[in-house]
Write a protein that binds this ligand. Structure first.
Ligand code: SF4
Length: 326
């Protein structure tokens, strides 16, 4: 064994993730973790990590953790000179939009999102022409260009509140068709939808959930609202990753199936060891492009900087800030 691993373990970090990260794997992480901590101090940088990041990123180097909404709020408030987004590209754009003073870095430019890729600003303009006067609510999982064409943004955590705040009987809700259908079922407000889907959540099926219930008596099923409505219908609770976190915190123990991306259960298992997390899960290939090694490179080389056209960013910011004000 080399010298680095034992010292890495004694600083307490390994204790956080020892149930998830084998010792041999940890040894490969330690050097990057130390280098990242040093670089953060030198650059006055913070790392924002989405709930779908792997435990060694989420629990060992990130400063701010959460769902898209929490990361957007924190990006707005931080006085760091550099923000590294351990998430996907649209999240880095949102951080830049809300904090233009900071340099925003994404460790891998290919960390995209099937929802964000499903729609363009031109598509939104066409929808407006087809449905004049109907407000456009845009999920944050979109490019800044699409946000700039929207009236207001939403996340999976506040979509119901945002839609109800508009006081209309119809809204254009883009691009996640399933989120829109799930919110329509909750609110009774008619949704004009777009055929965008999350490639992680669309793969879950009601049959899979029923099989898991048969195999694990007493199972409580929490589904993300990006899942198809038939999946949400056979679940016990539906909510954003932050709402899942709150649910697990408030209902200590038991057997829980989180119908979402794989790292969510891993990350909650660190904080709630008394809860038994039953998996299957689906992995997001975009989130998994972010690694300790490319976070380190990102801070060493100040890559890849996310920039936005100021006029477009200002229009997009309006839609995001309108959401944050609700
Ligand atoms: S989990 Fe789905 S919505 Fe989230 S980044 Fe991956 S593809 Fe996009």
């Amino acid at each position: 064994m080399n010298q680095i691993a034992p010292r890495g373990k004694t600083d307490g970090l390994y204790d956080r993730v020892r149930h998830l990260v084998p010792e041999m794997e940890w040894e490969t992480f330690v050097e990057d973790i130390r280098a990242i901590e040093t670089l953060k101090r030198e650059r006055n940088a913070v790392i924002l990590a989405h709930n779908y990041q792997t435990p060694e990123i989420f629990h060992c180097v990130s400063d701010i953790r959460g769902d898209s909404l929490a990361l957007a709020r924190e990006a707005q408030n931080t006085d760091a000179d550099v923000i590294v987004m351990a998430g996907v590209h649209f999240m880095a754009e949102t951080a830049k939009m809300l904090n233009p003073r900071s340099t925003v870095l994404i460790p891998d430019l290919k960390a995209g999102c099937s929802l964000a890729d499903s729609i363009t600003g031109a598509d939104v303009r066409l929808l407006r022409q087809r449905y004049p006067g109907v407000p456009v609510v845009t999920y944050v999982n979109t490019s800044a260009e699409v946000k700039a064409e929207s009236d207001i943004c939403c996340t999976s955590g506040n979509a119901k509140r945002v839609v109800e705040s508009l006081g209309t009987d119809r809204v254009i809700m883009i691009p996640d068709e399933y989120l829109a259908r799930n919110i329509e079922a909750e609110t009774g407000i008619k949704m004009i939808t777009w055929a965008g889907h999350c490639e992680v959540h669309e793969r879950f099926t009601p049959g899979e959930i029923e099989r898991m219930r048969a195999d694990h008596p007493g199972l409580v099923v929490l589904a993300h609202p990006e899942c198809p409505p038939e999946v949400v219908a056979v679940s016990d609770f539906s909510g954003s990753t932050a709402m899942m976190d709150d649910y697990v915190r408030d209902h200590k123990g038991g057997r829980i199936l989180l119908v979402t991306e794989c790292s969510m259960s891993d990350n909650l298992a660190v904080r709630y060891p008394q809860t038994q997390f039953i998996r299957p899960c689906n992995m997001c290939p975009h989130m998994k492009r972010i690694t300790l090694a490319n976070i380190r490179q990102s801070l060493e080389n100040m890559t890849h900087e996310v920039t936005l056209d100021p006029a477009m960013a200002s229009r997009a910011r309006r839609a995001v800030e309108r959401m944050l004000a609700i």
